[in-house]
Design a protein around this ligand. Structure first.
Ligand SMILES: Cc1ncc(C[n+]2csc(CCOP(=O)(O)OP(=O)(O)O)c2C)c(N)n1
Ligand SMILES: [Mg+2]
Length: 317
């Protein structure tokens, strides 16, 4: 148990430092296109990914760095992709919103809100038809629960008992509006009732709670009992994209959520249990920061895609 929690702590820290570095690179004009960061939401990605088997399927959103890294995408490939380099996970052609890596089960990262959900249902059904035990897990935001594909996907998944888990990261905001301005519910898990599937709320700041909740849903799906909707209550520290300072948020809200920072919460538990002292945590942070800085520098030196590769993935050969 202790080792597993240390691994999760380390993984959340890697993701946090990665995203802080992305912000820095963006400000230096080194990131191609925009980027959507999810600092504060690391426990959802890490807890949920830890509940999956390596050959389970995943779909992620344009805010998908955390899940992609938690599933095993290397930091080197991630930085290179962001910087439009040939060594990126999509050869530099996708960028931040398209971290895709089928070798780690990531079937796609979708910039269209809600577009990943039906793909996950399809992947789940393909596994079911093949008689294989893989499940699909799909991540979306609170805003996505108002999109048609969310409802169509939950409906079909329920009717077909598709082995899929829907994870909603409720970070209280869509693009610029609060969830309550666009949604007539406080608890998005309530939407499960309309499709006769279980709906669970989990503390998205608590990596262990997320892991346990997602594992239960995955076991249910693998056992043939169909889909589950999970609402992880969380918060993103930054605005929607790099042009959004999030000045529409009420004063004090960010500080309140920072008090329940997922990395700090687990760090405090590990220190209290004697599993990883606060000095060891500081040393680990320093070591990982160095690795992140080195990786970003390597990506900056990596080759750009060549002109010859321009038509790759555009035309069938
Ligand atoms: C179909 C569609 N409509 C609108 C947009 C523009 N858009 C991008 S992100 C976003 C907000 C989504 O909010 P949420 O689902 O809560 O996810 P979060 O960004 O908070 O992670 C919107 C409206 C889009 N990409 N696709
Ligand atoms: Mg949101």
């Amino acid at each position: 148990m202790t080792d597993r929690r240390i691994a999760w702590y380390r993984q959340m820290l890697v993701i946090r430092l990665f995203e802080e570095k992305v912000q820095e690179l963006f400000m230096q004009g080194l990131v191609e296109g925009t980027t959507h960061l999810g600092q504060g939401q690391e426990a959802v990605a890490v807890g949920a990914s830890a509940a999956m088997e390596p050959d389970d399927y995943v779909t992620i959103t344009y805010r998908g760095h955390a899940v992609a890294l938690a599933r095993g995408l290397s930091v080197d490939e991630a930085f290179a992709e962001l910087m439009g380099r040939a060594t990126g996970c999509c050869g530099g052609a996708g960028g931040s919103m398209h971290f895709t890596d089928v070798s780690h089960g990531i079937l796609g990262a979708f910039a269209i809100v809600g577009a990943g959900l039906p793909v996950a249902v399809g992947a789940a059904m393909s596994a079911k038809h093949r008689g294989e035990s893989n499940v699909a897990v799909t991540f979306c935001g609170d805003g996505a629960t108002n999109i048609g594909t969310f409802h169509e996907s939950l409906n079909m998944a329920s009717v077909w008992k598709a082995p899929v888990v829907f994870v909603v990261e409720n970070n209280l905001y869509g693009e610029y509006s609060t969830v309550r301005e666009t949604t007539p519910l406080d608890d998005l898990a309530d939407r499960a009732a309309a499709y006769a599937i279980p709906g669970h709320i989990v503390d998205g700041q608590d990596v262990e709670a997320v892991h346990d909740c997602v594992l239960e849903a995955i076991s249910r799906a693998r056992g043939g009992d169909g889909p589950t909707l999970i609402e992880a209550k969380t918060y993103r520290y930054r605005g929607h994209s790099r042009t959004d300072p999030a000045s529409y948020r009420p004063a004090g809200e960010l500080d309140q959520w920072r008090e329940r920072d997922p990395i700090e919460l687990l760090g405090a538990k590990l220190a209290a249990d004697g599993a990883l002292s606060s000095d060891e945590q500081t040393a680990l942070r320093k070591e990982l920061q160095q690795q992140i800085d080195d990786s970003a520098a390597r990506a900056g030196d990596a080759p750009l895609p060549t002109l010859e590769t321009m038509e790759t993935y555009v035309y069938a050969h």
